[in-house]
Design a protein around this ligand. Sequence first.
Ligand SMILES: Nc1ncnc2c1ncn2[C@@H]1O[C@H](COP(=O)(O)OP(=O)(O)O)[C@@H](O)[C@H]1O
Ligand SMILES: [Mg+2]
Length: 369
Amino acid sequence: MTEKLKVGLIFGGRSGEHEISLLSARSVMDAMDRSKYEVCQIGITHQGHWLSGSEVLEAFERGQVEHLETVAIFAEPGMGRSFRWAEGRALEMIHELDVIFPVLHGTYGEDGTIQGLLELADIAYVGAGVLASAVAMDKCLFKQVMRANDIRTVDWTLILSTELQDEMDEVIRRAESVASYPLFTKPANLGSSVGISKCRNRSDLMEGMLEAARYDRRILVEQGLEAREIEVSVLGNEYPEASIAGEVVPGDEFYSYRAKYKDDTSELHIPASIDKEIEQEAQEMAVEAFQAIDGAGMARVDFLLDRETGTLYMNEINTIPGFTKISMYPKLWEASGLPYPDLLDRLIELAFMRQEQKESLVRVYEGEA
Ligand SMILES: Nc1ncnc2c1ncn2[C@@H]1O[C@H](COP(=O)(O)OP(=O)(O)O)[C@@H](O)[C@H]1O
Ligand SMILES: [Mg+2]
């Protein structure tokens, strides 16, 4: 019998999307083929404590984590393992891990920070690396990279929270020169629509910018569209493939936090009922954008389709998209012919491929022979 792969599933985390991560992790856990994988569960609390033990996910779901033990993964190559502090404060290895699957959404999970730790530990992990994660997380940097690659986005301007305090008049002038109302205000580095406002006039705009500034130093003001929301799933490393397109129909005025998680009125339409040419354009733009940020493994690429003009705009890339069985990312693959358990196999395979590539690189230049 071949040995099972030991997969470190990391979930929870310090972001506002902690609970969504638990839902995603539950689906991943339940679907992993136990004849191939041994799953080692590591939960991160809202405060940032790393915990492991038995039935970790269940403990997190119930909110009863007292019996779990503190664990750590060290930032040292060859230590792709998790350790606990045993009696007498000695370190004891508890899991030897072959690959990590971070099922963490948002800050400290999807933004390159945990990916940085996994790079230092030199262990294979699912999904995008440090650079792609960080670029996809920052809505301003992301748009700049799209512009540099001729991938269409709406117009925007970046405002720093310090500017709001010191130069409000100038900020308003700049924000209003982006486009006519409605404008959208957003914190640059967040997700789940938190801190995002649709602004119809100057007073909304001021309020929206101040609201976004509660969450980030960097604030975006962008052109608001009357738009349909189209999404495409991407899978791969060097040769990414795009799924068929889906559509989100928000149950709120826009796809707000409430529409995403609080009520059942939002709908996912798979496939999206859009023209074949638009779907093809979305797929091409999705792959180009994925490559432009140096994506790896997976990403869900979200578009705004202007109802008036039929023009497609790149909105954002999520490098660790929602992963429940009813989430758009896996459902689009399922509808494209790749069932959920096979998608997990593929992602783990891609993680190993990326790790092998890294291992084959020269790290120390020894000069010409
Ligand atoms: N420029 C825009 N025009 C129209 N609607 C927008 C625009 N930007 C965002 N929205 C709406 O707000 C939602 C959240 O914005 P998004 O940029 O996707 O942030 P998040 O990372 O929080 O999902 C979108 O799904 C969409 O409904
Ligand atoms: Mg979004």
